[in-house]
Design a protein around this ligand. Structure first.
Ligand code: G6P
Length: 374
């Protein structure tokens, strides 16, 4: 039943729209609400015997490819914040190419939807040889990564057929947010923050359902962008990963050049590309980077940038610059979970752009769902 398209025309479309359910399944049985005097907490069965070792590690290294790497990047700062442990990011092939340093005191976390990606598996072998504690985050029970890691968490997003990963991405972020909560669970000082995030997780499926209502708006936007050569996506902080992932979706399925740009780097090159023709999405939802993003919007506008601004509901006036700029309003959630909401309109945009441009949504040219060779 899961591999039926049901009422949808394409798997990618179905998988985008089933995210409220896939996220619910990812969290099922893992969030403990707690009674009157008991704190809300997270239970990740696959990690429970290893949490002490993880908490003692000198560093956490996230390893992945493609969308899985982006999901880890989206969760990086909440893991750092709640665990107090530095997190470094590794694209699997690059870690192997460099034979980068991995130590016995490291916890290496391997993120992979399929659990079979050749580069991620090679990086896993390398980390095992170097004595790191290896954790797997995959969507496939019994996959090579699930089998070869010391412990792990299944994301339980359900079977994903579309080559472009959508529901696995949002579930991966949620699993890594739960990982952050589990590692930080013995720290009293961040208890209120942890509870706010758990509340945010519990509300998340409902908020994703709301953001999916932007479907028509994103189709209209896709109609406007159908003949473009290129699209930039600016993000920072929690939403740098959203910029990379949104651009990756547009690139891989709509076959349009697209780049995710760290807004803090704007003046170090990307600004030279800005003119009245190039469409630019700027993610400016509410978090500690909001005022910096407002300033980025002003600066892009001053160079006549063609802006599409994503902001939280009610913030339209704070980000509007007039002219031909457009604003997409999305539901607001706790800052570290906002990437789960913000990626959805970009998934929808990529989907509609692809259909309108007449390309194969589920089987993009030259790409494979699982890259099992180097
Ligand atoms: C391929 C797929 C991507 C995916 C990447 C990593 O490139 O087309 O959608 O993100 O592999 O795959 P994994 O299964 O390791 O998450």
């Amino acid at each position: 039943e899961q591999i039926n398209k049901g009422k949808y025309e394409h798997y990618m479309q179905k998988e985008i729209h089933e995210q409220p359910e896939s996220l619910t399944t990812t969290m099922r049985g893992r969030l403990i609400r707690g009674g009157s005097c008991k704190a809300k907490t997270v239970l990740l069965g696959g990690l429970k015997d290893h949490l002490k070792t993880i908490r003692r590690s000198r560093r956490i290294v996230f390893v992945g490819c493609g969308t899985s790497y982006n999901a880890a990047l989206a969760a990086r700062s909440i893991v750092e914040e709640l665990s107090g442990i530095p997190v470094t990011m590794e694209i699997a092939s690059d870690l192997v190419d460099r034979q980068g340093p991995i130590y016995r005191e490291d916890t290496a976390v391997f993120v992979s939807q399929s659990g079979e990606t050749a580069d991620t598996l090679l990086a896993l072998e390398y980390a095992l040889e170097n004595g790191a504690l290896c954790v797997g985050i995959t969507n496939t029970v019994g996959s090579a990564i699930a089998r070869h890691t010391h412990c792990g968490v299944h994301i339980n997003a359900g079977c994903e057929i579309g080559v472009a990963s959508t529901k696995a991405y949002t579930s991966q972020i949620v699993v890594m947010a739960m990982l952050a909560l589990a590692i930080g669970a013995d720290t009293l000082s961040n208890q209120a923050r942890r509870e706010a995030i758990i509340d945010g997780l519990l509300y998340l499926p409902r908020k994703v359902k709301e953001v999916l209502k932007l479907d028509k708006e994103m189709k209209d936007l896709a109609k406007l962008l159908i003949a473009e050569q290129s699209l930039l996506v600016f993000g920072r902080g929690y939403n740098y990963a959203t910029a990379l992932e949104g651009a990756l979706k547009v690139k891989e399925v709509a076959l349009m050049h697209s780049e995710g740009i760290l807004a803090g780097e704007m003046k170090h090159g990307p600004l030279a590309l800005v003119d009245e023709n190039l469409p630019i999405v700027v993610i400016a939802t509410r978090d500690s980077c909001f005022s910096k993003q407002q300033s980025v919007i002003q600066q892009l506008h001053a160079r006549k940038g063609r802006l599409i601004v994503m902001c939280a509901e009610g913030d339209k006036a704070s980000v509007s610059v007039g002219g031909s700029s457009r604003v997409i309003e999305v539901p607001h959630v706790v800052d570290c979970l906002q990437p789960v909401i913000n990626v959805v309109p970009l998934q929808l945009l990529a989907y509609h752009l692809t259909v309108l441009r007449g390309y194969n949504v589920d089987q993009p040219r030259n790409l494979a769902k699982s890259v099992t060779t180097q």
